[in-house]
Design a protein around this ligand. Structure first.
Ligand code: VOV
Length: 247
């Protein structure tokens, strides 16, 4: 009988996408704009402090295309902290010029299909993956996904052993991109609209396309993967906020 694989679950992650109302922003006075930038800068500095204290992680990105303009990516030990920081952002002056076209909440997840008998509570490598500091790589790619449940292509009716074999091949394809793409897989069953969030980091955006295209041919993606919308962002330093918002 099919059974769930045990998952190791780590920190919670909020992908908070924002769109800027440039018309309203341009109409604002210089004083208002300066106030909004300085306040948001302050808030982002506090998120960076959390990362320095190893109590979470933070990334700020500009997003290409119509789906969003900015991404605030925060990782925290609890979901309540994510709710609080999202509310803190909503209370800023800058938020008066933002809409929130999309967000995604999920928790860092490692499956144990390929468990190597290590103690997850003490193994430093597993702990570092469960409580990730976001890579300071140039680009981010995010999309949510499901595993299909359709006739013979029903992931949830397959044995754990067969699923493990497919995940092994998946991992092998991914490993070819070591040094080019890093992945954080988050689980969101019961937390958000899709089953997993896929967050990838690369120095070169083309590597996202190459990896994702190659993976489409792995049986696990070819037969079972269903995808939501894709978002691509470029990492910005907090100090670059002023430049990003300059009009
Ligand atoms: C850098 C690329 C890369 C690498 C090395 C990699 C490796 C691995 C390993 C070793 C494992 C299993 C153990 C674990 O860590 O959980 C996984 C797990 C997972 N993956 Fe992956 N994945 C990558 C990348 C990668 C991509 C690009 C996608 C999206 C699929 C696509 O077609 O667009 C993906 C999805 C997933 C998912 C949804 C899971 C959980 C599935 C489940 O049923 O539990 N993943 N993944």
């Amino acid at each position: 009988m099919p059974e769930a694989v045990e998952t190791l679950d780590g920190w919670y992650m909020l992908h908070d996408f924002r769109q800027v109302d440039w018309t309203a922003w341009k109409k604002a006075s210089t004083e208002e704009r300066e106030q909004a930038i300085s306040e948001l800068n302050h808030l982002m500095a506090s998120w960076q402090d959390v990362e320095s204290d190893k109590q979470g992680s933070f990334g700020f990105y500009t997003v290409v295309g119509h789906k969003a303009d900015l991404l605030f990516l925060n990782v925290r030990p609890t979901m309540e902290e994510l709710t609080e920081l999202e509310t803190a952002l909503n209370k800023t002056k800058m938020a008066e010029f933002f809409t929130q076209p999309y967000s995604y909440v999920s928790v860092v997840e490692l499956s144990t299909y390929m468990a190597q008998g290590k103690d997850p509570d003490t193994d430093p490598e597993i702990q570092a993956r469960l409580k990730p500091i976001l890579p300071k790589w140039n680009h981010v790619c995010f999309y949510p996904m499901d595993k299909r449940r359709d006739g013979d292509d029903n992931w949830y009716m397959m044995s754990k052993e067969d699923r493990g074999k497919l995940m092994y091949t998946h991992g092998m394809t991914g490993r070819k991109y070591a040094g080019h793409v890093r992945q954080i897989i988050t689980g969101s069953q019961g937390l958000d609209d899709w089953e997993w969030g896929v967050t990838l980091f690369a120095h070169d955006t083309l590597q996202f396309k190459k990896l994702i295209y190659e993976m489409r041919f792995d049986e696990v993606s070819a037969r079972f993967a269903e995808f939501g919308s894709f978002y691509i962002g470029h990492r910005k330093e907090r100090e670059e906020l002023e430049k990003v918002m300059h009009v």
